[in-house]
Design a binder for this molecule. Sequence first.
Ligand SMILES: CSCC[C@H](NC(C)=O)C(=O)O
Ligand SMILES: [Zn+2]
Ligand SMILES: [Zn+2]
Length: 412
Amino acid sequence: MDIMLPEGDPKRTGEKVRGQDPREHPSVTLFREYLRLKTVQPEPNYDVAVRFLERIAAELGLGCQKVEVCPGRVVTIMTWQGTDPQLRSILLNSHTDVVPVFEEHWTHDPFEAFKDSQGNIYARGAQDMKCVSIQYIEAIRRLKAEGKRFPRTVHMTFVPDEEIGGFKGMELFVKRPEFQALNVGFALDEGLANPTDAFTVFHGEKCVWWIKVKCEGNPGHGSQFIENTAAEKLNRVITSLLQYRESEKQRLKCDEHLTLGDVTSLNMTMLSGGVSFNVVPSELFAAFDIRIPPTVNLQAFEEQLTVWCRAAGEGVTYKFYQKYMDQTVTCTEESNPWHMTLKREIFPAATDSRFIRAAGHPALGFSPMNQTPVLLHDHNEYLNERVFLRGIEIYACLLSSLASVPPLPAEG
Ligand SMILES: CSCC[C@H](NC(C)=O)C(=O)O
Ligand SMILES: [Zn+2]
Ligand SMILES: [Zn+2]
């Protein structure tokens, strides 16, 4: 993709110059302002984000609607009306929350949005995904300033709680009449940075399964050889699951055509149980985070889990804490009118776009960050300001095309 770097002209028509530093591009200044808002889990300050977004909507002359999907959880919608509002719209989705930080591991305050001499901006949310929210906004600001209008309406949705599963955010919102009223034709949501020159788009996601295996066994004194202990059974379960993990890891390693999105990942993430050093416990637990690609038969996979548990002995059971079953992927064939030519993968984790796809709308995950290490959820998350600014250009191009897609047969 060949994209011109935007010129850093802060004096755009009708716009207040927001920066403290007159040499800083105002889009970067706005990005850094957003990064300073503490929408950090587990107690995000959503009020301050909603006020920030309302101010921007007013500045840009965009419609602004707030939908409280459950108490304290507001979805903010900004709308740029198309010239043919009957047509299906373009949805640009982003989440407003960010994951927690281990401040002691950061070289700069993660909520200061410090910019170093190379233009790297350090902050929680720099990649995931406050950059994208501001890039959507700034792309629309630019297109409007150029006097552009497009047939299709563009909606930007800013949703809460994605980082904790989206259950009080997008999952509820897609079931609301306000979402139906958006008449979505095509959606964009977050992707991942790419350390090379390439950009990646994600047309589907793996299904998240979180299971806790419970192993029951005979209790007794810690000095004895008790038969059929919970620990022996747990050992067998862990061995079976980690052997499977290893085989999937090798499959990925040995086939250059596969990405992480194409194989099942599995990790043991928690262990619990026991009461005392000298008491053989009657119960032990292991929790697993399993991510299953859309090509895997979920019923067959669950059958395999049951076989492993049964083979570990009597009293070995598992319980689901997360069992996502929708394997919808978005078609990216040439015949698809929304087609974009970029490298296509399955997203290795879960985003809110799974709810959009499950609601029947095509959705792609895309964050325009190339030449950037993947630092989402990591210490010292950063994004370079030039990459950020180029992303605005990219969205302006993309949006011009998407919002101009001619009426589809179903749209009359
Ligand atoms: C299943 S809800 C948790 C969502 C989270 N998303 C990301 C992008 O980290 C994850 O995949 O763990
Ligand atoms: Zn995210
Ligand atoms: Zn995240």
